[in-house]
Design a protein around this ligand. Sequence first.
Ligand code: HEM
Length: 432
Amino acid sequence: MRTMAAKSASRMRRWMLGVLLRLPGGGSDPASLLARFPDEALMPLRRTGLDPVPALGAMRDKDPVSRLKMPLGLRGWLVTGYGESRAVLAADHDTFSNDFGNMIGKVGIAAEQDPGGLGFADPPAHTRLRHMLTAHFTTRALATWAPRVEQIVDEALDEMARLGAEGAPVDLQKHFAVPIPSRLIMELLGIEVDDHTEFLRLSTERFDFAGGATTSLNVIQESIDYLEAIVARQRIEPGPGLIGSILSEYGDHVSDIELAGLADGVLVGGLETTVSMLALGAVCLLQDRAAFDALLEADAVGVDRLVEEMLRYLTVVQVGFPRFAVRDVTLGGHEIFAGDVVVCSLSAANRDPRHDTNLDRVDHTRTPPGHLAFGHGIHRCVGAELGRMELRLAYPALVRRFPQLRLAVAPAELTYRETSVVYGLTGLPVLL
Ligand code: HEM
């Protein structure tokens, strides 16, 4: 039997996903809240093609901090400048808070709709939860995973080779970009071998809206239930991964639902982002043969440089978590009042000409200046080093295995997700 707390936490997550991914909703569906958001509020999420978001660039040139049209009762700001975004992300939580509690009572949002999780929490709750994860994501802790990542990459490439052996197009997203992070995260969390197929289905289907919003929401519900059951099992017999070791270390201080939520955060945070980076990065390489060829010969420094530049250029997490002004503050010459909602467009910030001058293409010959693709400050991506490791191993392996790799359709025929926090493709047909 699911407890009241567990049920309410699941409802929260369903609602949050509705908000973030703009699901069509109606009636009492939590996604119906979206209807209250004006179209302009979703503008920073629209990207079709590898184009560097001209509308956002134009806004930033006019003013790097501009008003964002929000539902009645909310005053919103869109930050498109690099320095201004960095200042918001670095601010303490007494200036800009992540706590979703700031939204409660506004535009009809009720307390039970608080999504919780790391991204919507302030210290000390945030510090306590984040501390449970950080030790597992340091460069040192992750080094032991490198051989396994190489193996997973090779298995994905073998499968692509098998599917494309007769010259048929292969979906690189489905057979390369999805299996690498999903298998890795599954093992990192410590999901038993018998559960592999089921976990893979749950982790990929959650972002597939082909069956409509309800199907996706049901999959998320299923995923949380699934993780919670694993936590409960591992509480009795801790497994070898992250879930087991957090239980061993913090057992009495973390509830099943809290840990299932943390594990789900690792899953949501680490899966779709890395899938998008792998697939969109491949598109960049296939459209820029010089970069492709350079990668064939690149040493570790060259690979790192390309990966950093790709992270900056693509900025797949298009906007950071919303921040709520706690006190009146001046930003970019504007008076931000306590209660205002501030959204940082990481895609626009990472292409700010005041910070960077190579804006119109991936420049694989240079190390880009510091970028905000992983955010900044206390909410900076906890899995940044894991994401980097996957990209550093996967891109070179792909070009080395298939040096003749090319798109199976014209670039203009590739289809992109229309409105999603995480910028990405719907598929990537290639010829080997
Ligand atoms: C290349 C891939 C990735 C990108 C581009 C990315 C990007 C980001 C960004 C921009 C944020 C911060 C948002 C903000 O402060 O507003 C973030 C937070 C987060 N990411 Fe990632 N991420 C990636 C991979 C991963 C991986 C592999 C994991 C886990 C294994 C992960 C887990 C998380 C978590 C848990 C947070 C919330 C941290 C907090 O609020 O303290 N991410 N990510």
